[in-house]
Design a protein. Structure first.
Length: 219
């Protein structure tokens, strides 16, 4: 039943362009290669136009285990899903419990209010719906791996001070996007793994990057 529902649900989401076009994970006819080609295109275009691009890669800690049920369930009607299906998905997620078994010894069961069931074909689609509103313009992702990027274009004759000013403006825009990501995480009880967060500048300029002051830390 889960497989049948997932097939129908994905067909509906794709036919109505509900899933973010910036999401490349768990989708038909999309791959990591497609995302790489897209990223290379926008970054190389900035360099070819005498500018630079700055990207920050993000990783959600224990992504599939952090899908807060109430948050996901509250979003379902906004996708235009029938009430009956929304109720079915809510029942599918609720009243689940976990326990830990070590060397044959088991803990008591504990009720959980987050996480999609491992091994279910429906879980990946529910995860995409959960993070769909995370992928704003300038943010793209593959499943739980997201990248926030900004760029600028300039001229071949731009002075060092002009380049620095453009860089600072680029960092400012990036920080606003990262603030939005952080706020989304707090609203959806999602944490980002700081140890796996990296920033990368794409540039062909000889001018040293003096400072990328205060790139906003996602929580």
């Amino acid at each position: 039943m889960e497989r049948v529902l997932n097939t129908k649900l994905l067909a509906y989401l794709e036919a109505n362009d509900i899933l973010s076009d910036r999401q490349y994970g768990f989708r038909r006819n999309r791959s990591t290669g497609d995302l790489l080609a897209y990223a290379i295109h926008i970054w190389s275009e900035a360099i070819e136009k005498h500018g630079e691009a700055l990207a920050v890669s993000l990783d959600i800690s224990k992504a599939f285990d952090r899908v807060w049920h109430e948050s996901l369930i509250s979003k379902l009607p906004s996708f235009g899903l029938p009430t009956g299906l929304c109720v079915w998905i809510a029942d599918f997620l609720r009243d689940r419990s976990i326990r830990v078994v070590i060397d044959g010894c088991s803990s008591s069961q504990m009720t959980i209010n987050a996480g999609v069931p491992q091994g279910s074909v429906l879980s990946t689609t529910l995860f995409l719906l959960h993070i769909n509103d995370l992928l704003k313009p300038g943010t793209f992702g593959y499943a739980d791996d997201s990248t926030v990027a900004e760029s600028y274009t300039s001229s071949a004759r731009a002075s060092g001070s002009q380049v620095q000013s453009l860089r600072e403006a680029m960092v400012g825009r990036l920080n606003l996007s990262l603030e939005a990501v952080s706020e989304w995480g707090e609203a959806n009880m999602v944490r980002f793994n700081a140890a796996k967060t990296q920033a990368c500048l794409f540039s062909a300029k000889n001018l040293a990057l003096l400072q990328l002051s205060g790139v906003y830390p996602c929580r």
